[in-house]
Design a binder for this molecule. Structure first.
Ligand code: AMP
Length: 251
């Protein structure tokens, strides 16, 4: 069984985001870019499944500009067997990404697709659900535990939901999206970074996959959050209680 893993190139989580002067988006020039943290978790899970002898191949997939190849190489250095880069410029909204995934699934025929639960640049949390919807496959979102049964061709997924833990049993092929506590992703070692350079990467364009990436969504404006007002130092607990009683606003 082949596992397809989504790896998105995003602004590194530690970078302080700057909004462009024309408010059309955030500044990405000369900014450190990395693999979306939830995608690292997705890839780690796929690698563990393969290492347990339950999958034959892990294919890392990215969609985005030329530079997304760097994210793919990171994925290959972590251990993915090969990569697919759908080179596309401009904004790629979740529905377009999901349509591209569907087109690749028709070519690659994976038994499992693992994505991050959300991309930290847009916080959409939509792509995995849309991929499952377009393919008509079962989905286990926000996975905190994944147990695959090769014989039964099913996968058990624990999900952290408001009331506690929910366990789903999905028939394969299926779509999983990863939550933060699923695993601790590995670092790429230097020898593996070197090896990754010779691993195969297949390139496509959206046109080659017959997918239109235009969207019904338009980003109208991006603005910074309002600056926080300075806090007040109180001199005693009594003063604090008085302020909480008389000045605190219910949100
Ligand atoms: P989102 O719905 O945009 O929050 O993204 C959810 C997940 O879909 C991400 O964590 C990625 O695993 C995957 N994904 C979204 N966009 C891309 C992309 N351009 N390339 C690869 N994977 C993506």
């Amino acid at each position: 069984m082949k596992i397809m893993v989504a790896v998105k190139r995003v602004i590194d989580y530690a970078v302080k985001i700057r909004v462009k002067a024309d408010k059309s988006g955030v500044e990405t020039q000369n900014v450190k870019m990395s693999m979306n943290p939830f995608c690292e978790i997705a890839l780690e899970e796929a690698l563990r499944i393969k290492e347990a002898g339950l999958a034959s191949e892990v294919v890392a997939v990215t969609m985005g500009p030329k530079q997304s190849i760097d994210t793919l190489r990171t994925g290959l250095a972590m251990g993915a067997d090969r990569g697919i880069h759908v080179e596309a410029t401009g904004d790629l909204f979740p529905l377009a990404v999901a349509k591209l995934f569907k087109a690749l699934v028709e070519i690659e025929k994976p038994g499992l697709i693992i994505l991050g639960k959300q991309a930290i640049d847009n916080d959409c949390n939509q792509t995995g659900q849309m991929v499952a919807g377009l393919l008509g496959w079962p989905q286990g979102t926000f996975a905190s535990k994944v147990v695959l049964d090769k014989e039964k061709q099913e996968v058990m997924v624990d999900r952290e939901v408001d009331g506690g833990l929910e366990t789903l049993c999905l028939n394969l092929p299926a779509v999983i999206t990863t939550d933060l506590r699923l695993n601790q992703p590995r670092y790429a070692t230097l020898p593996n970074i070197m090896k990754a350079k010779s691993k195969p990467v297949k390139k496509y364009t959206p046109e080659e996959l017959n997918v239109a990436t235009n969207s019904d969504l338009e980003v109208v404006e991006v603005t910074e959050p309002p600056k926080r007002k300075a806090g007040v130092l109180v001199s005693s607990v009594d003063e604090l209680i008085d302020k909480l009683k008389n000045e605190a606003h219910v949100i």
